[in-house]
Design a protein around this ligand. Sequence first.
Ligand code: ASP
Length: 324
Amino acid sequence: MRRRSIASLILAGCLATGGAGAQTFPSRPITLVVPFPAGGPTDTLGRILAERMGKTLGQTVLVDNTTGAAGTVGVGRVARAAPDGYTIGIGHWSTHVVNGAAYPLNYHVLDDFEPLAQIATNPQLVVARRDAPIADLKGMVAWTTATPDTITAATAGVGAASHVGGVYFEQKTGAKLRFVPYRGGAPALQALMAGQVDIMFDQAANSIPQIRAEKIKAFAVTAKTRLRAMPDIPTVDEAGIPGLHIAIWHGLWAPKGTPKDVAAKLTAAIMEALTDPKVRERFEALGQDIPEPAQQTPQALRAHHEAEIKLWWPLIKAAGIRIE
Ligand code: ASP
């Protein structure tokens, strides 16, 4: 009798504090930190997933845009959050690879996180304001090399994917661009549509709706193959800059030390969302490729993450992309 009442007291205590471990997880809403502004590519993926994950988990997954400094503010918040599964983050190639080489960080992009799942990959599109005086990628190379330091390129922040894409373009062509950093892909694209900047190396997911609406023009995709979502746009290899390939893969992470069983529940909810035909359709319409399930797992994300750090850190350092 006495024993039973102690047990029920412990159980009541667990429920009151939000539960301990996977049995009761999640017993309250989960926060998904998006380190870029609303309406950008990372935010869009995060919101589609959050909605579907909430159904599986039986709790709301709230999206919180914690922005600034190429995603380092939001990712740092996740690194320092309580490792209980209630704060997780979405990020991508530049937040979790490039930033580790470009910024002096008070967290480690690999070691301070538990990988949850790899969700989607999209290349960049080389795009320009609608009235830019060029018609194709070769024209853009001629334009940017003829007038160094004058053609403006919008970026989602110093060291963001859009910045690295531009630096890679400079290295391949000898052009010299004037980079204009914004807080994320959404405001950068707004500036391009308004004609305040000339060009952008933008994630396909961000640009596709505006290309369809003819608000900007697209010259090439930074991949070996054309996009299924927009098959008329040539690859960089076809359009004149062979090898300018950039793939921006997104993943989700929890803070280091999150209990394994809690992390496993989150992973299962993400992977289940990625089997939903509606989620797949929305991702694919944005030029996002969903990896096979074996490549979505935490182990696969960790291995890919490590390999990308090995590949890109020396290149980022050699390119001199560094914020002190
Ligand atoms: N991921 C950024 C955003 O969602 C864009 C970028 O890094 O290119 O705004």
